[in-house]
Write a protein that binds this ligand. Structure first.
Ligand code: NCD
Ligand code: ZN
Length: 448
């Protein structure tokens, strides 16, 4: 892969718990790789090596986010590749997939290559462009997937996210093409005829509040349909932001049939339910909507069991004027990059549903495998790429939207005190974030 070259930084991580297991260990990083682990590490460290005291901290492979909205090009008033990369690095991410619903839409190699190149210039996280499945996300005509896949941004995931690829014949064709191209189709599962005017989960809360409802069947009917289309096309399908207990059951059923289907869940669907809507605060408006406590429990159990493969943020920055307005008029979506690890710690680790090795699986290894990244989600072992994150499991911090690195501040966790914090993120051996500060790379000549 044509990653930009980094400076030959060496870093010695002292006394980290690898995957939160065993005894504290030293890890030496050199030339972008894990160079030594254990007693050898400190011995081989050169004088100018940066030493990170990681006592009490857990070392994991860097996180990979399959679902990020970075809003560039087009809505730089809410996020840019620069600000979104900073948020990603602070959140422990070493790779993110930037969704195609930008303006212009990422339905051409011009846009997808720009996103990749700009991410490499910023240098804080690998920003992989997601290509649109259909031209203009309009659901009428397939975009030039092969051209985008062959560009310098090497698009490996396609999605009309924000919209469902609703036409079953078009979805079937997209799946057929995707298997010959070796790329992934990620579906925003929403039967649009069932969600006309919908702004909240269809259930007792929305009925009482007078909000138009988005039934579970709108998601589940597309999950079931796409599983069958993937089966017939001999292709893989990935389900974005699973939000219902029924989706967990359907994914489990499809896998049992030998169908190649994977699914992600967002941190907010692991924590929040529709009781949050009582205040009519549109910060809680999101697609798919916050559902009921029984769905939250099923999603947690599904993630713990591996039915749901991974956590993806669906980081969706929005301008204040698009959120601080009437609930029905507000845009759906919430920030997620900087809070994801803490929400996973709160909902999965603390209740004993996942250990830290499990966190590595759902936030790094599985997402990297699903999309076929060979330099991410790797074991922490000598000779492997040094894409890593250090987590302080005992830290607590209070979320304050304006203090986040994102341009927008629409976090649903405002003023909440959350457990666990990313202290250090390392991309190809270079520290990109440390104790809440982002470290922009220093380029040795040539670049911008
Ligand atoms: C996303 C956005 O704002 O782009 N919004 C959301 O509520 N999740 C689109 C999407 O992921 O569906
Ligand atoms: Zn979506």
């Amino acid at each position: 892969m044509s990653n930009s070259t980094e400076t030959g930084e060496t870093v010695l991580i002292k006394n980290a718990l690898l995957y939160g297991e065993g005894e504290p260990t030293d890890v030496l990083l050199d030339d972008g790789l894990v160079a030594a682990i254990g007693a050898d590490a400190a011995k081989s460290a050169a004088a100018e090596t940066e030493v990170i005291d990681a006592a009490g901290q857990i070392l994991l492979p860097g996180f990979v986010d399959l679902h990020t909205h970075l809003r560039e090009p087009g809505r730089e008033d809410t996020e840019t590749i620069d600000s979104g990369s900073a948020a990603a690095a602070l959140g422990g991410y070493t790779a993110v997939f930037a969704m195609a619903n930008t303006s212009p839409v990422a339905d051409s190699v011009v846009v997808t290559d720009h996103v990749w190149r700009r991410g490499q210039e910023v240098g804080l996280v690998d920003v992989h462009p997601v290509g649109a499945v259909t031209v203009g996300l309009a659901g009428k005509q397939l975009a030039e997937m092969a051209t985008m896949a062959a560009g310098s941004g090497r698009v490996r995931m396609f999605s009309d996210d924000g919209h469902c690829v609703y036409d079953p014949l078009l979805m079937r064709r997209a799946l057929e093409y995707s298997s010959s191209l070796g790329v992934l189709i990620a579906q925003h599962a929403e039967e649009p005829r069932l969600t006309v005017g919908a702004v909240a989960h269809e259930g007792p809360t929305a009925a009482r509040l007078g909000l138009a409802g988005w039934p579970r069947a709108a998601e589940e009917s597309i999950v079931a349909r796409d599983a069958l289309l993937a089966r017939d096309a001999g292709a893989r399908v990935h389900i974005c932001h699973a939000s219902t207990a029924g989706t967990v059951e359907l994914v489990k059923w499809a896998r049992g049939q030998g169908i190649s289907i994977t699914a992600e869940v967002t941190p907010h669907h692991l924590l929040l339910d529709d009781s949050r809507l009582e205040t009519y605060d549109a910060v809680n408006k999101v697609n798919p909507p916050l559902r009921e406590a029984s769905d939250v429990a099923a999603l947690r159990a599904g993630l713990a069991e591996g039915v749901i493969d991974c956590v993806a943020t669906d980081h969706a920055p929005h301008a204040e004027q698009d959120k601080c307005c009437e609930f029905a008029a507000a845009r759906p979506g919430m920030l997620g990059l900087e809070t994801a690890l803490s929400i996973v710690a709160m909902t999965m680790v603390r209740p004993g549903l996942l250990d830290w090795r499990g966190v590595a699986r759902v936030m790094s290894e599985r997402p990297a495998e699903i999309v076929g990244l060979d330099d991410q989600g790797r074991p922490i072992a000598v000779g492997e790429p040094a894409n890593l994150v250090l987590v302080d499991p005992d830290a607590e911090w209070t979320v304050h939207g304006p203090a986040l690195a994102s341009v927008a501040s629409n976090t649903p966790y405002e003023s909440m005190t959350l457990p666990a914090r990313v202290t250090t993120t390392i991309l190809r051996g270079r520290v990109t974030a440390r104790n809440g500060d982002v470290r922009t790379p220093v380029r040795s000549g040539g670049g911008q």
